[in-house]
Design a protein around this ligand. Structure first.
Ligand SMILES: [Zn+2]
Length: 132
């Protein structure tokens, strides 16, 4: 940053945009102006390889209740309701097909308990949803 006027060589105070001695406009001597010209957040987005947390900056993952998924698994897991709720339609159909033998009810019960024991972050990562 120039602290002397390029025209007359007179001393400049930080923040002077015009030389007090000769009136020459001093480009780039205004700290506030420089700050606005290169905001840090803009640099962050301009860095190569930088990925915003969500595409388009919007978290468009479906919102699911962990409690609801857990209760569905425990109470209605025998017909795969928790799978349908979480959008795993194919898995839900399998649960329905094997509902007659009772095994899906046991698996659903275990899965329901697991859901409720998971942290929100684990649940979100496992199913690609947002916990509410
Ligand atoms: Zn000057």
């Amino acid at each position: 940053m120039a602290n002397f006027c390029q025209q007359c060589g007179g001393p400049l105070q930080p923040g002077d945009t015009v030389c007090p001695a000769c009136g020459t406009v001093i480009p780039g001597n205004d700290p506030y102006q420089q700050q606005y010209q290169q905001p840090p957040y803009q640099q962050q987005y301009q860095q190569p390889g930088y990925q915003p947390p969500y595409p388009g900056g919007v978290d468009d993952r479906p919102v699911k209740s962990k409690l609801a998924a857990g209760l569905f698994g425990i109470l209605l897991g025998g017909i795969g309701i928790h799978k349908f709720y979480m959008g795993k339609i194919g898995m839900g159909v399998l649960y329905v097909l094997f509902a007659w033998c009772g095994i899906p009810a046991i698996i659903g019960l275990i899965e329901g308990i697991l859901y409720l024991c998971m942290s929100d972050a684990e649940f979100e990562n496992k199913f690609g949803v947002r916990v509410r």
